[in-house]
Design a protein around this ligand. Sequence first.
Ligand SMILES: Cc1cc2nc3c(=O)[nH]c(=O)nc-3n(C[C@H](O)[C@H](O)[C@H](O)COP(=O)(O)OP(=O)(O)OC[C@H]3O[C@@H](n4cnc5c(N)ncnc54)[C@H](O)[C@@H]3O)c2cc1C
Length: 266
Amino acid sequence: MNIVVPIKQVPESSNVKMDPETGTVIRKGIETVVNPLDLYALEASLRLREQHGGTVTVISMGPPQATRALKEAVAMGCDAAALLSDRRVGGSDTCATSYALAQMIKTVGKYDVIICGERATDGDTAQVGPGIASWLDVPAVTYVSKIEEIEDGRVLMERLVEEGYQQISTSIPCLVTVVKEVATPRLPTLKGKIRSMELNIPVYSADDIALDPKYIGLKGSPTKVVRIDTPKVTRGGRTIAAQDDVSIEAAADEFIDLIEKKGLLQ
Ligand SMILES: Cc1cc2nc3c(=O)[nH]c(=O)nc-3n(C[C@H](O)[C@H](O)[C@H](O)COP(=O)(O)OP(=O)(O)OC[C@H]3O[C@@H](n4cnc5c(N)ncnc54)[C@H](O)[C@@H]3O)c2cc1C
């Protein structure tokens, strides 16, 4: 079973600044981590390998420091890793990102199941997984909570839907995006960490994987960020302090008056 897991390196905190010119995140000098929801995709892939044998290859598209995220995945147990890093893919929207990752997957080699996280905590669009599937022309199943069995070239799964769960199966090769319910991510092992330090992670440029410049980067992205506004939080209000039983009574009365005046009390 050839399993490929695309993971994204994201800012550690939500306190990110956007470049008003390009509409992209200013990534210089900020702490980064493996996209927390990709840890579930990594765990699901390692369990699939334990059940069916084969290899798990983790890939990423990002700046050179994204190698650190790949090493974390190797320390969890992935067999191989590869990075696509090239200034020309900088600023790519989800269409351009999924095109580049699909080309990367073709270059990495054989793939039976591609497992993505539900979404990235920074862009938060959940579009890249299905995008990769469409560029590779393979079926995509999203929000998978359980991979039940793989038999006769078909994967039987359970996915999370608004009304509950849905059982679904599709043919291999396919792409799935997984939710947290799929499995609890394991911790990297010491043996894994040592291996991640020794492993040579190939870094591909856009030319190495024959990316068409028309489809990558800011220019190759159909999504144009027109304007970025940081919403101004104008919450007025005041604090009604109460130190003892008497003042609590008074505070409660004042609060009831307030919400009554605002017509909030039915
Ligand atoms: C605040 C913000 C808003 C944005 N809004 C939009 C928008 O509306 N439309 C748009 O097209 N772009 C948008 N972008 C750009 C978008 O973030 C990038 O295109 C990004 O590369 C992929 O989209 P995503 O972060 O939403 O990932 P998602 O689609 O949420 O990621 C889903 C999964 O795809 C895989 N994946 C995603 N990115 C990578 C990667 N670089 N390497 C390997 N695997 C990956 C991971 O498995 C991940 O769990 C936005 C970016 C930011 C920071």
